[in-house]
Ligand binder design. Structure first.
Ligand code: ATP
Ligand SMILES: Nc1ccn([C@H]2C[C@H](O)[C@@H](COP(=O)(O)O)O2)c(=O)n1
Length: 246
């Protein structure tokens, strides 16, 4: 008898047609974006990087010469932000008004100031509305959505079937980001990365709760895990919490 080919990934259709939403929050450098993307790929569903939305808005405001401290002007920009965000985990692209900003929004000049936009409460209200719509649309179209950010488990998708706080020690997170940005985690690279990780978390945590798990949220500490181990740990939570066949 011929065996059927092995399934390439977990099967969200085992949820009797109910779309699977996986919400992942965590501090900077914990691995949210890369792990969430790999988890979405494994599940065969869409992926939403909500930080990319705050970054794209920041990029657009700077492009238009707006003062990021002008909260009203930045919120007005958020209302009309011409954003196209691809949610295919194999082809994540971010466009603003037809310009591909996928790489530009990761540059230090954006990382250094994005918190000024992300702590604008009027902006948050507007982008959260868009994020909820994107999660629903993506989940309906692909069978599910893995969404990551700082307030997904608590504000954007508190009813998600699976909710994870992905965390790691500050030392591990600094080393990861330093290696990513500077190719090394030596003392000078670690010092240069401090603002990107520690200061940003301090500012961002004034408006969102992502340093500790909210009730019902499962913490996955990746300090001692490699990347593949982090993905496997989150998939374990998904399989346990959502009844998704591995
Ligand atoms: N065990 C691990 N788990 C997750 N990511 C890891 C791990 N080890 C190294 N990394 C690397 O850490 C870096 C940071 O990951 P990523 O950008 O996904 O973090 P993040 O939490 O989304 O950060 P930010 O919120 O600042 O964008 C990436 O280069 C990733 O490949
Ligand atoms: N749901 C979210 C997502 C992101 N932010 C903030 C935090 C960061 O300073 C910025 C960019 O996010 P990153 O790409 O580094 O994950 O946006 C937030 O407040 N809420």
């Amino acid at each position: 008898m011929t065996e059927p080919p092995a399934a390439p990934h977990s099967d969200p259709t085992s949820l009797n047609g109910h779309p699977l939403v996986v919400a992942i929050d965590g501090p900077s450098g914990s691995g949210k974006s890369s792990v969430a993307r790999a988890v979405a790929r494994d599940l065969g569903v869409g992926f939403l990087d909500t930080g990319a939305m705050y970054r794209a808005l920041t990029w657009w405001c700077l492009e238009r010469g707006l003062d990021l401290a002008d909260r009203r002007a930045v919120a007005d920009a958020a209302l009309v932000l011409p954003l196209q965000l691809a949610t295919d985990p194999d082809a994540v692209t971010v466009q603003v008004d037809g310009t591909d900003v996928t790489a530009a929004i990761r540059e230090p000049r954006i990382s250094q100031v994005v918190s000024a936009v992300a702590t604008n409460l009027d902006v948050r209200e507007i982008l959260v509305r868009r994020q909820r719509a994107l999660v629903a649309e993506t989940a309906g179209r692909t069978g599910g959505c893995v969404a990551e950010g700082r307030d997904i488990t608590t504000v954007v998708a508190p009813d998600a079937r699976v909710r994870v706080l992905l965390t790691a020690s500050v030392e591990a997170r600094l080393a990861r980001r330093a290696t990513e940005l500077h190719g090394t985690a030596d003392a000078s690279a670690l010092a240069a990365t401090h603002d990107e990780v520690v200061r940003r978390d301090r500012d961002d945590s004034t408006v969102s709760r992502f340093l500790e798990a909210a009730e019902g949220v499962t913490t996955v500490d990746t300090s001692d895990l490699d990347f593949a181990g982090s993905v496997a740990a989150v998939l374990d939570v998904v399989h346990a919490g959502a009844g998704v066949a591995p």
